[in-house]
Design a protein. Structure first.
Length: 363
């Protein structure tokens, strides 16, 4: 029977607890500033795989009859950077039953190992947050629109996919994070919304940057909570563009920095700054995942493209790895280890699964 872990998401660490006695210990992520990112335990020393250069953090795992084991996890390097676009043949599966002194390697071909679509258990949400204060609207709106459209084309899949959604917000001097387009899987709808921005869209020429940071983080956090209540794992990316500093002074810099620092670790933060009036240090604090800066509006599109690559890498570093286990009903609880190799780098994680009810014929 399919057994899903319950996800505890709030404005802190991204920690998931297995509901059916899976891994006993959390993976040690002290090398990543944000802290623990998932579940799993260190691989038994009998395998002698060596030190981890790559970190596999299990987000979810379940079994389905007649004998399939599914593990959903994220791969990062030791600095916390995402490792995207891995293939099934880069993974090795090891199982240890109650009669095994150590783990046995499971043939990838015989077990039908594969990287599978993850739309049923994973959502990736991108929040594009645009500064539409007077300075932008009067001098760089056309360039911002072109760069935003390029960003949408780069981040959103060619074919609509329920796992990938984007919403567009904008801010000026008001105490409001204005919604330009709600979460959507449609490139066309998002692009139409960007094209519909006019120079008179704003009624307040000031800039409430800190408010935009606070409000967008709350929106992303709530999306993760809502997904967890539906047993869906969710990641979010917040991409904030501005050409200046906070002028509204409605909220404090410390409030905004603290909000970003303490946010759920599965929220990525990106900032794009334009011109000479920005505070690069503050934008780097807000864009703790990645930040870029453009000296002039002609550089905007290249900067948005750079951010889109980073957003894609975050989304594509999550994997649903599935295989058919040779274990059968009556074998009880079994240890499982997954190793991934990318060039000279390797990493592995260990967990457990129950083979109750397992039969042959898995595809």
């Amino acid at each position: 029977m399919k057994s899903l872990l319950r996800i505890l998401s709030f404005l802190s660490l991204f920690i998931f607890l297995f509901s059916c006695g899976n891994a006993d210990d959390d993976v040690n992520f002290t090398i990543v500033p944000e802290g623990d990112l998932g579940q799993g335990s260190n691989v038994d020393q009998c395998l002698d795989l060596g030190a981890n250069d790559l970190i596999l953090s299990i987000q979810d795992q379940f079994t389905s009859l007649p004998g399939k084991v599914s593990i959903f996890f994220k791969v990062s390097d030791i600095n916390g950077n995402p490792v995207p676009n891995l293939r099934a043949n880069q993974f090795t599966i090891y199982e240890q039953g109650r009669n095994d002194d150590c783990f046995n390697t499971i043939s990838a071909s015989e077990s039908f190992a594969r990287i599978s679509p993850n739309s049923q258990i994973f959502n990736n949400n991108t929040l594009l947050v645009l500064d539409l204060s007077n300075s932008v609207l009067s001098s760089s709106l056309a360039e911002l629109q072109a760069a935003s459209i390029g960003f949408i084309n780069n981040v959103m899949p060619e074919e609509e996919n329920t796992s990938f959604r984007m919403a567009i917000y904008w801010f000026d001097g008001e105490d409001v994070l204005h919604l330009l387009n709600p979460l959507s899987t449609s490139k066309d709808n998002l692009i139409t919304a960007i094209e519909g921005i006019t120079p008179n869209i704003s009624n307040d020429p000031s800039t409430d940057l800190y408010g935009a940071v606070l409000k967008s983080t709350d929106i992303a956090s709530n999306l993760l909570i809502e997904s967890s209540q539906e047993d869906i794992i969710s990641a979010a990316s917040i991409v904030i563009f501005t050409d200046g500093t906070d002028q509204a002074s409605r909220y404090t810099e410390e409030e905004a920095i603290t909000k970003v620092r303490d946010a759920n670790s599965n929220i990525s933060f990106f900032t794009i700054g334009l011109g000479s009036e920005i505070d690069t240090q503050i934008l780097m604090e807000f864009g703790k995942t990645f930040s870029v800066f453009a000296d002039n509006k002609e550089e905007l599109e290249a900067n948005f493209n750079a951010i889109s690559q980073q957003v894609n890498e975050q989304a594509n570093s999550f994997y649903l790895f599935e295989y058919c286990s040779p274990k059968r009903d009556g074998s009880g609880e079994n240890n499982l280890a997954i190793q991934v190799v990318q060039g000279s780098l390797q990493g592995a994680v260990q967990t457990k699964f129950s083979a109750d009810g397992f039969l042959g014929g898995c595809e």
